[in-house]
Design a protein around this ligand. Structure first.
Ligand SMILES: [Zn+2]
Length: 232
């Protein structure tokens, strides 16, 4: 046996021994390693920082490669970090949302589309659990959106009576129609308070914009479902 062969054999034996030793003392070695890192924490961190500063490109490339190869672990690590640093995580999230409003919207829309049923169920569950707040929200929305509210109410009434145009006429169209009349009652010229079906729905009038005009409450109650209008 040559010296080189003997040396190779010795090294191979040494490796086998080392591996067996590591396997037999796994826990103990782990403890040592941990203790060493704790003792040298500051130094290690400083060294790593210097290395990262000098190898920025390599560091980000290797981070990226690692993330791609370990997407599950990456996600778990990120999640653990967020849970350990809730405030910083929230600040990061906020900053990202501010910097990427379009992406944020796209993600939210995609989520809703993917989870339509779940989204609906969550909404319903919330409503069932908070009937009072739900009512309050509805009231506030109606106060803030009087035109849409009126249009919806009129549409429901028109649908009930099977009026033509009921599913066609939008709040926007009704608004345009009232603007034609200067948003004033078409009978007395007072401030507009409601939308009238000139030919009443009860008399077969339609819900097409052509049959809609702004009206005040008092003219509206006097007119009621009378037709022709000369009777008012
Ligand atoms: Zn009037």
């Amino acid at each position: 046996m040559t010296t080189i062969q003997a040396e190779a054999e010795r090294k191979a034996k040494e490796r086998v021994y080392q591996r067996a030793y590591r396997e037999d003392h796994r826990e103990q070695l782990k403890t040592y390693r941990k203790a060493w890192h704790e003792r040298n924490r500051e130094r290690q961190l400083a060294l790593m920082k210097v290395w990262r500063g000098a190898n920025r490109e390599r560091k980000s490339a290797s981070d990226k490669a690692w993330s791609e190869a370990n997407s599950e672990r990456k996600r778990a690590n990120d999640k653990a970090w967020r849970e350990a640093n809730p405030e910083r995580a929230q600040a990061n999230r906020k900053a990202w949302v501010l910097a990427n409003p379009e992406k944020r919207k796209a993600i939210a829309n995609a989520w809703t589309a993917r989870n339509r049923e779940q989204h609906k169920a969550a909404g319903k569950a919330w409503k069932d659990a908070h009937p009072e707040r739900c009512k309050e929200n509805g009231r506030a929305w109606r106060l803030a959106n009087p035109e849409k509210t009126r249009a919806t109410a009129e549409r429901h009434r028109a649908r009930k009576l099977n009026a033509r145009g009921a599913s066609y006429t939008t709040a926007e169209m009704i608004k345009g129609r009232c603007e034609v009349w200067g948003n004033r009652c078409y009978i007395c010229g007072g401030p507009m308070e409601a939308v009238d079906h000139v030919i009443p729905l009860a008399k077969g009038g339609t819900h097409w914009p052509a049959n809609l005009r702004p009206i005040c409450t008092s003219c509206n109650s006097r007119k009621g479902a009378k037709w022709p209008i000369e009777e008012v």
